[in-house]
Design a binder for this molecule. Structure first.
Ligand code: PEP
Ligand code: MN
Length: 335
């Protein structure tokens, strides 16, 4: 349930509403809007009696019941766009933030060269995997903490904030020491203990959609993080598994446009995993922005043929530099 206060409601009116909510052993969370404040009520049971009593209070304009099961992530609860600040880079509300870098950190030269090149081309953040979830246990699974150190060095060199995946609850503290943005990978979207652990951390979270997750399951995963007090979540559509095998995944742009309606959280698109083919990355990156995405995540590698993972979907440094002016031109038209 949300309580929409009148434009001229006083601080005393707001405090009285919060006190009434607390009397019912529920939690009230205030969103400060441009013209009025909104109180979101969380917990159970939210009774009709409480609704009626709130409706009659001074300064209250309207009380609306929230129909979605993801109470904190729904736009009904928080009508304005959430802007997530990742070490100074603002994601949401129509931004066109680009996170670029290799699937996995492989060596100092590889990550440094990539970082310098993507920064020069106009990327806003550096991505790079240290702990890699691989379908086969025999594939390269990342350099671990050494990779985190190299990422941090690349950040010092370029000023780009870094995003990297964390795979287990016990690694959250370690990865959060280095990363500006914690990535939850598709395979871990429903690892609820991991979600709660990043929910307790102070770092913003990039929540990728699960391989076969419905839109609602994805939002409920965001809810797990938010319910622990961390509301700084960026969603990432990275393609879902469908009957189609001509491409690695099917990038679900419906979900991007739908997310703008149903949630206040920012959303970015990952056309690299979404298509699995480097030559489809540019068209789907632009399509993602046109569908309303607040940014992109793009895999870039200095020598994709030699990449330890996801080479076929990685852009070369040159192809990435060709993409960026188009991203910027389109962003200029859209916003
Ligand atoms: C990645 O970003 O390299 C990755 C493993 O992505 P996903 O979890 O979407 O497969
Ligand atoms: Mn990858």
């Amino acid at each position: 349930m949300v309580v929409i206060m009148q434009n001229n409601a006083t601080k005393a009116d707001l405090d009285a509403v919060l006190a009434r909510v607390a009397e019912h052993n529920l939690r009230g969370s205030v969103t400060v809007g441009e013209s009025q404040n909104i109180v979101g009520i969380i917990g159970t049971p939210i009774t009709v009696a409480l609704q009626e009593s709130l409706e009659s209070m001074s300064g209250v304009r309207e009380v609306i019941r929230i129909s979605r099961p993801y109470k904190l992530a729904t736009r009904e609860f928080h009508p304005l766009d959430t802007i997530v600040d990742v070490s100074g880079i603002k994601v949401g509300g129509g931004s066109a933030v680009v996170m670029a870098g290799p699937c996995a950190v492989e060596s100092e030269t590889q990550i440094m060269n990539t970082a310098i090149a993507v920064k020069k081309a106009g990327a806003h953040m550096l991505r790079g995997g240290a702990f890699k979830p691989r379908s086969s246990p025999y594939s390269f699974r990342g350099m671990g903490e050494e990779a985190l150190k190299l990422m941090a060095k690349a950040r010092t060199e370029t000023g780009l904030p870094i995003v990297t995946e964390v795979m287990t609850p016990t690694d959250v503290a370690l990865v959060a020491e280095y990363a500006d943005l914690l990535q939850i990978g598709a395979r871990n979207m429903q690892n609820y203990q991991l979600l709660e652990e990043v929910g307790r951390s102070q770092r913003p979270v990039l929540l990728k959609r699960g391989l076969s997750a419905t839109f609602e399951e994805w939002m409920l995963s965001a809810e797990y993080i938010m319910n622990q007090g961390n509301h700084n979540i960026i969603l990432c559509e990275r393609g879902i598994r469908t009957f189609e095998t001509a491409t690695r995944n099917t990038l679900d742009l419906n979900a991007v446009a739908l997310a703008k309606k149903r949630t206040h959280l920012p959303i970015i698109v990952d056309p690299s995993h979404g298509t699995g083919k480097w030559y489809l990355v540019q068209p789907l990156a632009l399509a993602g922005l046109a569908a309303g995405a607040d940014g992109l995540m793009i895999e870039v590698h200095p020598d994709p043929d030699k990449a330890t993972s996801d080479g076929p979907q990685s852009l070369t440094l040159e192809h990435f530099a060709e993409l960026m002016p188009k991203v910027n031109a389109l962003a200029g038209i859209l916003h």
